[in-house]
Design a protein around this ligand. Structure first.
Ligand SMILES: *[C@@H]1O[C@H](CO)[C@@H](O)[C@H](O)[C@H]1NC(C)=O
Ligand SMILES: *[C@@H]1O[C@H](CO)[C@@H](O)[C@H](O)[C@H]1NC(C)=O
Ligand SMILES: *[C@@H]1O[C@H](CO)[C@@H](O)[C@H](O)[C@H]1NC(C)=O
Ligand SMILES: *[C@@H]1O[C@H](CO)[C@@H](O)[C@H](O)[C@H]1NC(C)=O
Ligand SMILES: *[C@@H]1O[C@H](CO)[C@@H](O)[C@H](O)[C@H]1NC(C)=O
Ligand SMILES: *[C@@H]1O[C@H](CO)[C@@H](O)[C@H](O)[C@H]1NC(C)=O
Length: 596
């Protein structure tokens, strides 16, 4: 990362109005920003003298510890903590560690011992039942009295992925291979793992609450359930994977190898290695690397080739198609979700606002502040393993939060988004090329001719593909594929959660969400079949022209491809992405199409 980028990232984090001479940019632990006037009014003189002396001796690192001592000594005093809500960061590794001598630590010393390998695992084909992914053992989520309520699953796109219950998408079927069938191929499209908040947020945005609380930290005191806020600092970075996010991709790599490892035999027989794709963003590349070390083990060099496409303005890239589509940058087109989210938050968080305000003195919460506390629960949990914010809300309020993200992604990415189809169609073209072993005929969407026309960088007819992308792109691909049963409910209302709400971001686009396009050959049907399995839940393909009603969600590959070609032919990138159109008042789409 260049200095300039580093600066830009830093500058996006919440700033306090604290006197800059009290900033300690090189502190390893915390960066309290306090104003001497605040301190003078907040502490009795003796305490202050002691405090200043200790501070001078051990610096900011002992700040929090010291404060706790003071608080314990005088429990009744309402001690305003000027560091509350300040940003705390830890920079590791040090830039020039004094003991780093790589030459003394060779990575290859020989003497590996025996290295015979065994056969490939094939759990998807051989095991009597399927190993579902149900938990995140390294995260501490508060366990509510009602054990059927799992808070981790109520965070929309911030939920860690899990195997959705049987029947979630309307088929009484599971991810196991249907009887009479065998797997001949897998196309895996997955999202990166858990990350810090993104720099940009249209509604909410975790750093904003800290940025509001800290400058006036001497004026407010929280009590009751909110008492922890008095000592709370903002500890989240931006954009990059968290340690748990790394684990998600590593685990996904291992699980994929265990289930589908036998597909590698195909490569050995044809004397080739797989090509997996990701893109250049730090978390995308890190996700792909963690997947690879899970899938191939250490060292993975020589076992596959990693294509790293560029996510930046102007680069054709089906894994980041919005960068090629100017209209995707127009707020009125691409952020229709915001008013829905803000209206809905005003409804479902009304009681929470009152409840929490009663425990806060000297600062008036907005609905958005309370929404941010829900975001902080999710982000702190996946970054730090635990969050006090999680305990503040009821099950209904978590359902409300989950739904706010359904609204957001419906209107901003998927079936309710005017560019949902256009942005997803580039990947669909690539899928069709791979399924038909035929190069893409015309590059008139987000595909990149340089990469996709080269059989080395974009091989066709392989048995295994793995592509990493963002949740918005996964949703755009599901939209472009015309998986219309997912959109059956139509436009989502902002004033209530519809009965049996089916379009769920937590089920379709959580952290490390994974879509399996399974290719099957069955004795029960003549033609090769395809199934789309999202987070272990098969999705009906009946919305796709010609696909039969089939209990396991199978459709003949030829039929599927024919319909996808029709969709590609009916989508007009030039108009959608470059055309001068606006969204008419009251207009809606449930197919991700532009107003025509
Ligand atoms: C417990 O969860 C179930 C299923 O979500 C729900 O029907 C029930 O009302 C919940 N009970 C309480 C006390 O929240
Ligand atoms: C296609 O991808 C390559 C490699 O990432 C890149 O150098 C090139 O600029 C891209 N082409 C277009 C038209 O974006
Ligand atoms: C990039 O995408 C645009 C828009 O579809 C297309 O006109 C152009 O040919 C593509 N370029 C390459 C090199 O893929
Ligand atoms: C490899 O997989 C492809 C696609 O499924 C198939 O056409 C081909 O016959 C397989 N090759 C071998 C050697 O099994
Ligand atoms: C796409 O979905 C719509 C709505 O379900 C349907 O009417 C149309 O036939 C589908 N088109 C194709 C090509 O699958
Ligand atoms: C884009 O190319 C596809 C073939 O890949 C073709 O079916 C479609 O008609 C083209 N669309 C436009 C708008 O040129």
């Amino acid at each position: 990362m260049s200095d300039r980028e580093a600066y830009e990232r830093e500058s996006l984090l919440p700033e306090s109005s604290g006197d800059s001479k009290y900033l300690y940019p090189h502190s390893a632990y915390s960066r309290p920003r306090f104003n001497l006037n605040h301190l003078l009014t907040a502490f009795v003189a003796g305490t202050l003298a002691c405090f200043v002396t200790q501070y001078a001796i051990c610096g900011p690192a002992c700040f929090t510890y010291h404060r706790e001592q003071v608080a314990a000594a005088s429990p009744v005093a309402a001690l305003a903590n000027p560091a509350a809500g300040s940003t705390e960061r830890h920079h590791f590794p040090p830039v020039s560690p004094t003991n780093a001598f790589p030459s003394l630590f060779p990575t290859n010393v020989g003497y590996a011992g025996g290295t015979p390998t065994g056969a490939e695992a094939a759990v998807i084909a051989t095991a009597p039942s399927y190993p579902f992914h149900t938990d995140a053992p390294v995260l501490l989520a508060p366990k509510p009295a009602n054990s059927s309520f799992n808070i981790l699953r109520k965070w929309g796109n911030l939920s860690p992925w899990y195997s959705v219950p049987r029947g979630t998408f309307g088929l009484d079927s599971g991810p196991e291979i249907p009887e009479t069938c065998r797997v001949t191929g897998l196309h895996l499209l997955h999202r990166h793992g858990a990350r810090y908040p993104t720099a940009y947020a249209t509604y909410g945005g975790p750093s904003k609450l800290a940025g509001r609380l800290n400058p006036v930290a001497s004026q407010w005191t929280a009590s009751g359930d909110l008492e922890f806020l008095n000592d709370w600092t903002y500890k989240l970075g931006e954009e990059v994977l968290t340690p748990f996010g790394r684990q998600q991709l590593y685990d996904l790599g291992i699980a994929t190898r265990m289930k589908y490892g036998f597909l590698l035999k195909n490569f050995t027989e044809s004397n080739t290695i797989p090509v997996f794709r990701t893109e250049s963003q730090d978390r995308m590349l890190a996700s792909a690397m963690n997947f690879a070390i899970g899938f191939f083990g250490y060292p993975f060099e020589g076992q596959y080739q990693q294509s790293i496409t560029i996510e930046a303005a102007g680069f054709n890239n089906t894994l980041a198609p919005y960068k090629t589509c100017p209209n995707a940058g127009v707020t009125e087109i691409s952020d229709r979700g915001k008013p829905y989210v803000s209206e809905w938050a005003g409804i479902y968080l009304k009681n929470a606002l009152q409840r929490l305000q009663a425990q806060m003195n000297g600062y008036e919460f907005s609905i958005e502040d309370v929404y941010i506390m829900q975001q902080l629960c999710a982000y702190e949990t996946v970054a730090l393993g635990y969050s006090k914010f999680c305990e503040l809300f009821t099950e209904d309020e978590w359902d409300g939060f989950d739904y706010s993200l359904d609204l957001y992604f419906w209107y901003n990415s998927a079936f309710g988004y005017a560019l949902g189809r256009s942005l997803g169609v580039g990947y669909v073209q690539e899928l069709v090329a791979r399924l038909t072993h035929t190069p893409i005929p015309t590059h008139n969407f987000s595909t990149n001719a340089t990469l996709d026309d080269n059989p080395i960088t974009f091989p066709l007819g392989q048995s295994l593909y793995v592509d990493a992308t963002h949740e918005v792109v996964v949703l755009q691909v599901l939209t472009a594929l015309n998986l219309s049963t997912l959109a059956a409910q139509g436009p989502l209302p902002a004033d209530h959660i519809p009965e049996g709400q089916t379009f769920k971001a937590s089920e379709l686009a959580p952290f490390a969400t994974n879509v399996h396009f399974q290719l099957l050959e069955c004795t029960s049907v003549p033609d090769p079949q395809i199934r789309v399995v999202v987070n272990d839940g098969p999705v009906p393909l009946t919305g796709i022209e010609g696909c039969p009603t089939q209990k396991d969600g199978m459709c003949p590959v030829d039929t599927f491809v024919k319909a996808q070609k029709k969709i590609i032919g009916e989508t007009d990138w030039a108009y959608d992405c470059h055309g001068d159109w606006t969204i008419p008042e009251g207009w809606e789409t449930t197919t991700g199409d532009t107003p025509k």
